[in-house]
Design a protein around this ligand. Structure first.
Ligand SMILES: [Zn+2]
Ligand SMILES: [Zn+2]
Length: 357
């Protein structure tokens, strides 16, 4: 039995709007629905059959695929992903997820480009009710961010061990790194050190304009590396230059610096993450909001686990996790798919399991 494709497109527009998606995306579905609703009887099915839907103004590949699926009597995949959150109170779901988080897996100190000592980051995390904070300063090649050489990282590990003795009972700084994913997909730190760390976040910071094939290979190589546990801010996009609501004086020096998403085969990369049990980061920074929600939904569908991280460079930014939780909730990510809802011991055991795989 066939469905009503126009009704499905309108439903998608409604659900996108409810999930607070970009207006242009909502409009695309709604205007396609209007165009298709105006067609003479029979023309819609005929065009779907002959692949001529996209010749119509405002009907793109995505909407055309929805129409074809709908006419075949199936709920369009796009609609299915969105409908997963239907009937849930998204604000309550976001609050619940934030409450379920027990730590943060991506944070920086003044050892690299953060603004505060590790101690201060740790104390702020204790205040927030966290049980752990994974310290993930940058790796050597990221010189602009004072990436840690192998020697400095070894010193940091000694420092963290001492610090943990002095921190309140029930809280731990876990060791980690945000390691650069290099051009060939290898990781920018010594293997023996990566093996010692509790949690390894791997991110692309250079060559963000690599072509699709190269970027995909690069990310697949990194995800398959047994040391990598979390794939950091996977698209590298920048949606604004500063946190929402924060206004700089003037403001020439603070001109927005946006960056488009890197081009890669997201389905292949997420399938690899699911296969190797690696987490896809939901980066909470307001200027990143990475990955975009449509990709979070695809990672969810691929069976991935996630880490909702702040990528905090200062103590106050540790509270930004709620932004990531809002995005995760809007995509229907359940708490049991988020690795930092686990205890410190469980998280470390999960990360260890990759090194021995
Ligand atoms: Zn990064
Ligand atoms: Zn970072």
């Amino acid at each position: 039995m066939s469905r009503d494709p126009v009704a499905d497109l309108r439903r998608i527009a409604f659900l996108l709007e409810r999930a607070n998606e970009a207006t242009y995306r909502v409009r695309a579905f709604r205007s396609a629905a209007t165009t298709l609703a105006a067609l003479p009887a029979g023309e819609l099915a005929e065009r779907a059959r002959t692949g001529k839907l996209t010749e119509l103004t405002g009907v793109g590949d995505v909407t055309a695929r929805c129409v074809v699926e709908s006419l075949a009597g199936e709920e369009p995949v796009y609609l299915r992903r969105l409908a997963a959150t239907e009937g849930t109170d998204l604000d309550a779901a976001a609050t619940d997820l934030r409450t379920a988080l027990r730590g943060d897996c991506h944070t920086h100190s003044d050892w690299s480009d953060g603004g505060s000592p590790i101690e201060e980051m740790a104390l702020a995390a204790v205040e927030l009710g966290h049980e752990y904070l994974v310290l993930t300063d940058h790796s050597p090649r990221l010189k602009v961010a004072r990436g840690l050489t192998a020697d400095r990282l070894r010193r940091q590990l000694d420092h963290v061990a001492q610090l943990n003795d002095a921190l309140p009972e029930g809280f731990r700084v876990l060791t980690g790194i945000e390691v650069d994913i290099l051009a060939d997909g290898s990781l920018d730190q010594d293997d023996d050190l990566l093996a010692r760390l509790d949690v390894v976040v791997g991110s692309v910071h250079s060559g963000l304009n690599d072509d699709r094939a190269k970027m995909t290979r690069r990310m697949l190589t990194a995800v398959a590396n047994p040391h990598l546990d979390v794939l950091g801010h996977c698209t590298g996009r920048m949606v604004s230059s500063r946190p929402a609501g924060v206004r700089g004086p003037g403001d020439r020096a603070h001109r927005p610096r946006t960056r488009p998403e890197s081009d890669f085969d997201a389905d292949a990369v997420f399938a690899a993450c699911a296969e190797h049990g690696k987490a896809v980061e939901i980066n909470s920074r307001p200027e990143r909001q990475d990955p975009p929600k449509r990709l979070i939904r695809r990672a969810l569908e691929a069976g991935c686990v996630f880490a909702v991280n702040t990528d905090a460079h200062a103590p106050g930014q540790l509270d930004w996790q709620r932004f990531g939780c809002e995005r995760a909730a809007r995509c229907g990510v359940p708490a049991d798919r988020v690795v930092n809802t686990r205890s410190a011991d469980e998280l470390v055991a999960w990360a260890r399991s990759h090194d021995t795989a």
